[in-house]
Write a new protein. Structure first.
Length: 226
């Protein structure tokens, strides 16, 4: 029985992965591809993208078919990191299916604490947006109490680390491993980012090498250079 269930689960997983855009180490940005991404992103009716990063968000969201119908709005705000995502505060009173999410884009960097979205290359932008969408996938799998506990847990570094690792694993499973790795590499080597922040980044998040190792465990990355 156990083997049958494992087989069924593997088939479902293989099938759902087959529906996702294939991972690529460098994203194509010719006009035909951009048009195609725009078309596929139009089926995500409840998303409000940021005009400046529309194309990057369209590529990223096409890797998350389970978020079709979920209400997601991109908002600019002065926050402590490049991007962040969370449900709107009324989630406590709403049914899970009526939850609304916001993805924040930082507007100002203080004391070298990270980079703005505009400071990183195109593919890294897709990577960090993909990571934020993976947070929403994680929230979507949680009850109201689960979301509250995630918020509390985030205040403690070991739990924050556990969550950020899980979210990067979701991003990799959705085919955006190369892009999330590019974001990580870029932040860790950029001179504008303080050593203190780089140390924090290395402590909480997977390092580029670890991301490559994780990717090598997925069949979808088999033909791409890691
Ligand atoms: Zn995160």
């Amino acid at each position: 029985m156990k083997y049958v269930l494992t087989l069924i689960f593997s088939l479902i997983l293989a099938h759902s992965q087959a529906l996702l855009p294939h991972p690529t180490s460098v994203l194509t940005t010719d006009s035909a591809t951009v048009r195609q991404n725009k078309q596929s992103a139009e089926s995500y009716q409840n998303t409000k993208l940021d005009a400046s990063y529309q194309e990057q968000a369209q590529i990223a969201i096409s890797h998350y078919p389970e978020l079709k119908g979920v209400s997601i709005e991109f908002v600019r705000k002065n926050i402590k990191t490049t991007m962040a995502s969370r449900p709107t505060f009324d989630f406590i009173f709403r049914k899970k299916k009526n939850r609304r999410y916001r993805i924040y884009i930082d507007t100002q960097v203080k004391n070298g604490q990270g980079l703005l979205l505009s400071d990183v290359p195109h593919d890294a932008q897709v990577g960090v947006i993909g990571h934020e969408l993976a947070h929403i996938v994680d929230y979507e799998n949680k009850t109201t109490m689960g979301v509250v506990l995630t918020g509390i847990g985030y205040l403690f570094h070991p739990l924050r680390r556990k969550l950020e690792h899980k979210v990067d694993e979701i991003t990799i499973a959705h085919g955006l491993g190369h892009q999330v790795k590019e974001f990580s590499e870029y932040v860790l080597q950029d001179d504008r980012v303080s050593e203190k922040y780089k140390k924090y980044k290395r402590k909480i998040y997977y390092k580029p090498k670890q991301l490559s190792t994780l990717m090598s465990g997925y069949s979808i990355y088999q033909d791409s250079k890691l």
